[in-house]
Design a protein. Structure first.
Length: 290
């Protein structure tokens, strides 16, 4: 696979940030609740013994799997030393003997032998992937899956925002999608499209790589005022929209002053009793032919 130049960080925020680590821990728990569990409900978990979590971050999903399924061997990989150290420390504190974490770049060749895993999980990596890398990553996942193994990708087409009632949040969403377009992360055909265009591509990528029995499961998270997910996701947005500002500024999308004004107005809007918002994301998964 094509290696990203080591001098260039592909992630849109500081991958070693403790604030980003805390955000990802909370987001992992929120997303798993919204998805109704750790695994797709229609797979035979009895056939899943070795599990890989790509770009695992602080290891939230991986450790939940290891805790709930002590019979499974779980591996998490990431390029953030801080997050890997945190995940390893947490696993040791919980005395999880069936989990390991390794430094590994998802945009390069994966350092595992062929047919090593029964299930590979990938969540929300649109922020670290150039669009040309996606087909290569999926082919690499197929290589390290066993026959009958499952690759599941869960991702989104916007900056965690979706449809909402905040003008400031809508403008921030457009700035993010423009920056993704300019930096080669978006599949949208126009810079002003308010989406990444990723999720419609995933099933075709899996099909082209030779996966079968491909399924698409949409998820909808209501974070309107008064909704159960309101506090958790609005806090998620507050942190994410703060941390992404250097990326937007460096992409030439907006000045720091403009970003600060939009951010302050977003904070006000999210706290209004009449605020509404629905964020959508999708899981696409398929099987390696036996």
């Amino acid at each position: 696979m094509t290696n990203i130049p080591p001098s260039e960080n592909s992630y849109v925020v500081d991958q070693e940030s403790a604030t980003e680590m805390a955000r990802l821990i909370d987001q992992d728990a929120m997303v798993s609740r919204q998805m109704g569990g750790l695994f797709p409900p229609d797979i035979d978990q009895g056939r899943v013994h070795d599990v890989l979590d790509i770009a695992c971050g602080p290891g939230g999903w991986a450790m939940e799997v290891a805790f709930e399924h002590p019979d499974k061997h779980v591996v998490g990989i990431d390029i953030s030393q801080a997050m890997l150290e945190y995940a390893t420390a947490q696993a040791n504190m919980q005395n999880l003997q069936n989990i390991e974490f390794f430094f590994m770049d998802a945009t390069a060749s994966l350092e595992f032998p062929a047919a090593s895993f029964d299930l590979i999980n990938i969540r929300f990596i649109v922020g670290l992937m150039w669009k040309e890398i996606w087909p290569e990553l999926i082919k690499e996942c197929k290589r390290i899956l066993r026959p009958g193994g499952i690759l599941r990708i869960t991702d989104t087409d916007d900056a965690l925002i979706g449809a909402n009632s905040s003008e400031a949040l809508e403008k921030l969403s457009i700035l993010v999608t423009r920056a993704f377009y300019r930096t080669g992360r978006s599949f949208a055909v126009d810079e002003w499209a308010n989406h990444f265009g990723l999720t419609p591509m995933l099933s075709n990528f899996l099909l082209e790589a030779g996966f079968t029995n491909i399924r698409e499961v949409p998820h909808m998270l209501d974070y309107s005022a008064g909704a159960p997910a309101h506090f958790s996701h609005t806090h998620n947005l507050e942190v994410a929209m703060y941390l992404i500002q250097p990326f937007l500024r460096n992409a030439g999308i907006a000045s720091q002053e403009e970003l600060e004004q939009l951010y302050e107005q977003m904070l006000i809007d999210l706290r209004q009793d009449e605020f509404f918002g629905i964020w959508t994301f999708m899981s696409t998964y398929g099987e390696k032919s036996a």
